[in-house]
Design a protein around this ligand. Structure first.
Ligand SMILES: N[C@@H](CCC(=O)N[C@@H](CS)C(=O)NCC(=O)O)C(=O)O
Length: 245
């Protein structure tokens, strides 16, 4: 059985898990902890020199190191309607790129907010730390946030730019859904999964697949953009309801 390494709070991991679950792929899930899990994942995936990020799927000798390639791999063995219709591949790439840009901007804002949210920092610690000693581990949690900040080149100076990227891209989604209000490409595809999950950066969904504690949720949500794009949130919730049981 294949193994998926993921971060349960990460929308990239959620996109992948959704595609794998949709295609009824059997896999074992392993939670990844930034910094701490890197060496283990490098060894298991035999990727000694590449940058490690999750989701990452190991299926026998094959390693799929990003969400799109994992979703495509899952789709190849699926008996269901394809998430990647042949005549829609360019459009799916387009929406995956939009999702990527938006999530990068969203993650930057989350990292910035988490720095000053003690509770969210503590919640980011891996579960193997016993609850009572977690407060003592605050410096470890902070160094994890600092690590992500450096790795993804996040800067407080760019907050406005990050918000603008999210705003611009969600306007593109809004426009695209004006003509085809149900699905981006006429039928349910990976483009819908990408963009439904991307809305996590303005209003996190809470269900049995994604569940953020209240402190972490506060770092993800953006009330102004959630209000501005409330129609997209309604669309996202309906896509989840129909296809993510
Ligand atoms: N383009 C990649 C992006 C993956 C990505 O940015 N993953 C982040 C999620 S926050 C990650 O692995 N963070 C933990 C780390 O870098 O150590 C994909 O589609 O999978």
């Amino acid at each position: 059985m294949s193994t998926l390494f993921g971060l349960s709070v990460s929308p990239w991991s959620e996109k992948t898990r959704w595609a794998l679950d949709y295609s009824n792929t059997q896999y074992q899930y392993q939670e990844f902890t930034p910094m701490i899990s890197n060496l283990g994942v490098r060894i298991k995936s035999k990727r000694f020199f590449n940058r490690v990020s999750v989701p990452l799927l190991i299926d026998g000798d094959n390693v799929f190191a990003d969400s799109l390639s994992i979703a495509k791999h899952a789709n190849t063995s699926s008996p269901k309607d394809s998430l990647f219709p042949h005549d829609k591949l360019n459009e799916i790439d387009y929406w995956n790129n939009i999702s990527e840009q938006t999530l990068n901007a969203g993650r930057a804002l989350v990292v910035i907010k988490m720095q000053s949210n003690r509770e969210a920092c503590l919640k980011s610690l891996p579960p193997f730390f016993p609850e009572p000693i977690k407060p003592l581990m605050l410096p470890v949690a902070k160094s994890g946030i600092f690590y992500l900040k450096k790795k993804y080149d996040v800067s407080e100076k760019n907050v406005q730019r990050y918000e603008q990227v999210i705003d611009d891209n969600l306007q593109k989604l809004q426009k695209a859904l004006t003509n085809k209000p149900q699905y981006l490409l006429g039928s349910f595809t990976y483009a819908d999964i990408c963009m439904a999950v991307t809305l996590q950066v303005i209003k996190p969904i809470q269900n049995n697949h994604v569940m953020l504690d209240s402190a972490t949720e506060l770092c993800w949500k953006n009330d102004i953009l959630a209000e501005k794009f409330s129609d997209l949130i309604t669309w996202r919730d309906s896509i989840y309801q129909q296809f993510r049981g």
